[in-house]
Design a protein around this ligand. Structure first.
Ligand SMILES: Nc1ncnc2c1ncn2[C@@H]1O[C@H](COP(=O)(O)OP(=O)(O)OP(=O)(O)O)[C@@H](O)[C@H]1O
Length: 291
């Protein structure tokens, strides 16, 4: 039986006249690694941006089933108010509420975290500070509690520190905890981004090209981390990646986008031999060289 942590139905995204996403439907099974692949400009990052609230989708439905509840992502990001809503006070009230207080933070709180194609760390902060900042939504932030240094405040701070070191250990960065994030190697910064996302306690993590710019040793270390996220922590992973050997090795399910449409989905074995994928993404005559 299907147990999808993320269900995307008929997602559409337009930028003026450009249709970045036409009609995208996909599902991420709980505890799986699902990869989103496709040629440059296919719409992969746009899907991530719609999932995480960086863009407000033009149409479709996104349902996140995490933290023991179902979240309508498009609703919590805040939708336009339509004239018909005035006839339904409850719906109108909810729309006004999410217009005022909704946003990407609610998607994160519902159990989804992401990393970016271009690394976005606080470069002038230490590694551990980057992880503490990520937790500010969960930590007791009351000004008075901080000034009085109450027991509750200290306990919350200690828990945040424990969680930061827990994830630093998982991504093999404990030894660099006090270094400035900007001084880490590229591979280390990528791993720190994953640790930072994990500090927000997601059940689904969306990684945008985490292997970009990594050497083979770093790529292997990254694959191991993703394997542990799933095996040891039951985290579901949605991955955008151009490194085909890695995608084929670690994915349970692959979704292929081209020009804003899903042109194929299936197991790595099925995708490897799908003629539409080969034609659109890899070049039919170069099949053996790339996959
Ligand atoms: N903010 C934006 N404004 C206008 N067009 C955009 C915007 N964001 C994306 N697009 C367009 O949407 C299409 C899909 O872009 P997207 O970045 O999602 O592709 P991608 O599959 O992630 O590509 P890549 O593999 O190169 O990162 C492209 O034609 C792009 O130019």
């Amino acid at each position: 039986m299907s147990d999808a942590i993320l269900q995307v139905n008929n997602l559409m995204m337009r930028f003026g006249g450009i249709k970045a996403l036409n009609d995208v439907s996909l599902a991420v099974e709980r505890g799986s690694v699902t990869s989103l692949i496709g040629p440059n400009g296919a719409g992969k990052t746009t899907v991530f941006n719609c999932l995480t609230g960086f863009y407000r989708a033009t149409g479709g439905r996104i349902t996140l089933n995490a933290n023991q509840r179902s979240t309508d992502v498009i609703q919590v990001l805040g939708q336009k108010i339509h004239p018909g809503d005035w006839l339904h006070p409850a719906r109108l009230g909810s729309r006004i509420w999410y217009k005022m207080f909704g946003g990407a933070h609610l998607v994160n709180r519902a159990g989804l975290a992401r990393t970016f194609q271009n690394i976005r760390l606080f470069r002038e902060m230490s590694v551990v500070e980057n992880l503490l900042v990520a937790q500010h939504m969960q930590v007791n932030r009351q000004l008075i509690a901080g000034i009085l240094n109450t027991r509750g405040y200290r306990e919350a701070e200690n828990r945040a520190l424990d969680r930061a070191f827990y994830w630093l250990e998982n991504v093999d960065l404990v030894g660099s905890a006090n270094r400035l994030a900007g001084t880490l190697s590229y591979g280390q910064q990528r791993r720190l981004e994953i640790a930072r996302a994990m500090c927000t306690r997601p059940e689904l993590i969306c990684l945008d090209e985490p292997a970009a710019g990594l050497n083979p040793v770093e790529t292997e270390a990254l694959s191991q981390i993703l394997h542990r996220l799933r095996a040891d922590h039951r985290i579901s992973v949605l991955l955008i990646e151009h490194d085909m050997p890695m995608v084929m090795r670690i994915s349970d399910h692959i979704v292929v986008l081209d020009h804003g449409d899903v042109i194929a989905q299936g197991t790595p074995q099925q995708i490897r031999h799908d003629p539409r994928v080969i034609a659109a993404y890899l070049g039919a005559e170069e099949e053996d060289d790339h996959v």
